[in-house]
Design a protein around this ligand. Structure first.
Ligand SMILES: [Zn+2]
Ligand SMILES: [Zn+2]
Length: 128
């Protein structure tokens, strides 16, 4: 008897989602804290300076655009203000679309900043 129990499965998935989301939030807080300790509080693009008052507008950018790549020496982080950060990602999206056309490979569902990208792997460890 190897009957599945859909209700439990769903419950388990929901737990995974909650857990992954919490982990992600914790991880974000911790790498942001680390990056703010490592680097002076200014935007790497427009050199705008930040204080405790407006620190919320200073964000941590991942140079290789992989939010899971957080080396403790900070080599993948760059402090950017909200505006420059937006710009940086807009530019990245552009190059990504161009290279996708060149490759001719359809991967429409793969969003760059999908917070559940890693979760998908978590739930389907055998995928790919
Ligand atoms: Zn800036
Ligand atoms: Zn970024």
């Amino acid at each position: 008897m190897t009957q599945k129990t859909p209700h439990l499965e769903k419950h388990k998935q929901q737990q995974l989602v909650t857990e992954a989301r919490r982990n992600q939030e914790l991880r974000e807080q911790s790498y942001r804290g680390q990056a703010l300790k490592l680097y002076p509080w200014l935007c790497g693009r427009c050199a705008r300076e930040f204080t405790h008052k407006n620190l919320a507008e200073l964000t941590v950018h991942h140079k290789n655009h992989n939010h899971d790549d957080n080396p403790s020496d900070g080599s993948n982080w760059e402090l950017l203000c909200l505006y420059c950060h937006d710009n940086e990602h807009a530019r990245y999206e552009e190059t990504r679309h161009t290279s996708k056309q060149t490759l001719g490979k359809a991967s429409a569902s793969a969003a760059t900043h999908n917070p559940f990208a890693s979760l998908k792997n978590l739930m389907n460890p055998n995928a790919d």
